[in-house]
Design a protein around this ligand. Structure first.
Ligand SMILES: [Zn+2]
Length: 340
């Protein structure tokens, strides 16, 4: 089969790769229904996360189970499944507490390179959630979103303690930030402020439930959030970028006693201790335990209560994966859907 491989900065190729095989008896092999390019794929793509050797890319996936390992108990051949980018046993103490992304047996599913027609998923019983029947094609983008971008946005909102009556601010207008807006709406937030200066993203944020748009950045954005919240700051702030500037913007937008949910993969972020001390905010985040939220998210998509698939504004055949990365890198696309 062919699959996407990163050879160096901005050098993605669709090349011949070995087909994945069952390695552990708890594995399954999926035939991909759809996959996509993640904002976090852009870190290695831009050479910020250096790779020492050609690396298969992609960690967002949904598809039909093609082959099942001998020890797999609940997942069956022919089922449509969605899973997280981290495989988990879903049974250890950390999983039971809802932190499957840090499972004691966690394995990075993306190591197998999901931007390909076939993917090995370890710990299948703990990792994958099956739909009751094969979903219609038009719901596949929304179900795929559950694999990472929606699950991550939802975790950001959950970690920021979003709830009824709360004012929420979202830093980052990528697909995760947009999904955080959608999640905050579902979780009953009263007011949702999206920080964005790009018209198509502002429009999607409004469609997902944003009530206000702030176009300022940095200190000016903080001042604007304070102005919109009687000088106090937001109750809940989702950080969905991962830079020093975005993290400090998120902390400074949060009122004392409030919560920051940070889900942008941190790069060079250093939080000054004294400022954190006097900010008196809750900080919670990290790689999203998507598996915790997947059953609910799949249900919301199948019942057409949410349409997170709208974050995909570019659809390409898998063999044009390089153009998919370029379009996101140049911010011509919010998120690229790839069809095998
Ligand atoms: Zn576990």
């Amino acid at each position: 089969m062919k699959g996407a491989v990163l050879y160096g900065p901005r050098d993605i190729r669709y090349v011949e790769r070995a087909e994945p095989k069952i390695i552990e008896p708890t594995d399954v092999i999926l035939r991909m229904s759809a996959t996509c390019v993640c904002g976090s794929d852009l870190w290695p793509y831009r050479g910020i996360d250096a790779r020492s050797q050609p690396t298969p890319m992609g960690h967002e996936y949904c598809g039909v189970v093609e082959e099942v390992g001998a020890a797999v108990k609940t997942v069956r051949r022919g089922q449509f499944v969605v899973g997280s980018f981290f495989a988990s046993d879903n049974s250890c103490a950390i999983c039971q507490a809802g932190y499957q992304s840090r499972c004691v047996h966690a394995e990075y599913v993306g190591a197998g390179g999901a931007q390909a027609p076939l993917l090995r998923v370890p710990l299948a019983d703990g990792t994958l959630v099956a739909t009751p029947e094969l979903p219609p094609d038009e719901l596949i983008p929304g179900l795929l979103a559950g694999s990472d971008v929606l699950g991550t946005g939802w975790f950001g909102a959950d970690a920021a303690a979003v709830g009824p009556g709360k004012t929420v601010a979202v830093v980052g207008d990528g697909a995760v930030g947009l999904c955080a807006v959608l999640s905050a709406r579902q979780l009953g937030a009263e007011r949702i402020i999206m920080m964005s200066r790009h018209a198509p993203r502002q429009n999607l944020a409004r469609a997902f439930g944003a009530t206000d748009i702030v176009t300022e950045r940095g200190d000016e954005a903080v001042a604007m959030i304070k102005e919109l919240t009687a000088g106090l700051g937001a109750h809940s702030v989702v950080e969905a970028v991962g830079t020093q500037e975005s993290m400090m913007q998120a902390i400074r937008c949060t009122r004392s006693g409030g919560h920051v949910g940070f889900v942008g993969v941190a790069h060079g972020v250093e939080v000054p201790g004294q400022e954190l001390f006097y900010a008196e905010v809750h900080l919670h985040g990290g790689p999203a335990p998507v598996r915790r939220f997947l059953p609910k998210l799949i249900d919301l998509v199948l019942n057409r209560k949410i349409a997170p698939g709208k974050v995909f504004d570019l659809t390409l055949p898998l063999e044009q994966v390089a153009e998919g990365y370029r379009a996101m890198d140049e911010r011509r696309a919010i998120k690229t859907l790839l069809l095998p």
